[in-house]
Design a protein around this ligand. Structure first.
Ligand code: HEM
Length: 369
């Protein structure tokens, strides 16, 4: 409703003291995400706004919260370490984890897909990729959930310090006993590389750890729910599982895990979608609203596995487009294959309107399914 009223809106934030910009239309969202005049350097923005946040700098100033040239330099190192080969190698591991988690349920039994699979699987996978020992994974999961929930500032700040301190220790341990993980490759990239500081190395590791699971947890839950609510689509993928990879983009478009907000701020006065925005205005791009814009996606509220949804914005757009997209898609494909194979008659145990959604500000995901 907001989007059809106006795709770009100036709205009061901070109890009405300052304006904020909400971007809802697809074309406008794409434009904002690709426009270098919108900065991601939120640390600089918060410093300017007199905020008293105590986020650890490794969490507050990640690659995702940086502009070029810093972003370009760090992103190059990540893409070099995060190869397609590394994702392909992980596939058998992901399938094994999915099977082990699903094995605990029998057909006919009621189970919670979120707690039983969507939450644990992405943490296990990203920890495996980064070389985080099994014994530490529960802590990592808790800190990450606290960071994402964006609840009490103190809790978020404390979690950011716990996560950064943990990563610093893990890097020290890995220097003594090097391995083959993605983190080991980043550590090797730092050795003899004046361009990557120790703080930046910690920050990259924390970002990968955090960005890599909360989002994927919600993707798995949202995707399965979409199929459960569209039995014809579910039946089609169950009968032809090779159609699953092609269906992932439509599932991501339909109910994107990063839905309500990804932030930037304007560095100069400019116009977006005919709306004048002055310098220093926080800009919230609502990817979920953009993905349901009828202009590029006719009948947007329909889950249509035949539509070409590859231009969806669930992974963002422009220089910050998600580096983990191939891994997230591999997880989605493998999990849906395993679920539909094991439980061909799977259905919702409660009416959809009784499902509870998690209370978070940025991401959209189920509390239980
Ligand atoms: C960036 C979504 C999974 C790592 C982003 C952005 C979005 C996104 C929307 C861009 C945000 C912006 O421009 O403000 C998602 C979704 C996922 C997912 C929906 C799951 C379905 C992953 C995974 C990883 C990952 C599995 C890592 C293993 C990153 C990183 C960035 C990023 C490092 C920052 C890229 C940059 O600043 O250049 N993601 N992500 N994501 N994502 Fe993902």
């Amino acid at each position: 409703a907001l989007r059809s009223a106006c795709p770009v809106q100036l709205r009061p934030v901070d109890s009405g003291k300052r304006p904020g910009c909400l971007v809802l239309g697809y074309a406008e969202a794409r434009e904002a995400l690709a426009d270098a005049r919108f900065s991601k350097d939120t640390a600089a923005f918060f410093e300017g706004s007199g905020s008293r946040r105590r986020l650890h700098p490794a969490v507050g100033r990640t690659m995702l919260a940086s502009d070029p040239p810093r972003h370009t330099r760090l992103r190059k190192l990540v893409t070099r370490a995060f190869t397609t080969g590394a994702v392909a190698e992980l596939r058998p591991f992901i399938a094994r984890v999915a099977d082990e988690l699903l094995e605990r349920w029998s057909p006919g039994e009621r189970f919670d897909f979120v707690a039983g699979l969507a939450v644990p699987l992405p943490v296990i996978v990203i920890c495996e990729l980064l070389g985080v020992p099994e014994s530490d994974r529960a802590d990592v999961r808790r800190w990450s959930a606290e960071l994402f929930a964006a609840g009490e500032p103190d809790v978020v700040d404390r979690a950011s310090h716990a996560m950064a301190d943990y990563m610093t220790d893990l890097i020290t341990a890995k220097r003594l006993h090097p391995g083959e993980s993605l983190l080991d490759r980043l550590i090797a990239a730092r050795a003899g590389n004046e361009e990557l500081s120790e703080d930046e190395l910690v920050s990259l590791a924390v970002l990968l750890l955090v960005a890599g699971h909360e989002t994927t947890t919600n993707f798995l839950g949202n995707a399965l729910l979409a199929l459960l609510r569209h039995p014809a689509a579910l039946g089609r993928l169950r009968d032809d599982p090779d159609g699953i990879p092609a269906a992932l983009d439509e599932l991501l478009r339909f109910d994107p895990p990063v839905s309500t907000a990804t932030f930037r701020f304007s560095t100069e006065a400019l116009t977006l979608g005919g709306v004048e925005i002055s310098a220093g205005v926080p800009v919230q791009v609502a990817l979920g609203a953009a993905n349901r814009d009828p202009e590029p996606f006719p009948a947007p509220d329909l889950l249509d596995l035949d539509r070409d949804a590859t231009s969806h914005l669930a992974f963002g757009h422009g220089i910050h487009r998600c580096v983990g997209a191939p891994l997230a898609k591999a997880e989605g494909e493998i999990v849906l294959r395993a679920v539909l194979h094991r439980f061909p008659g799977i259905r919702l145990a409660v009416p959809p309107e009784r499902l509870e959604w998690r209370r978070t500000r940025l991401v959209r995901g189920l509390a239980a399914l």
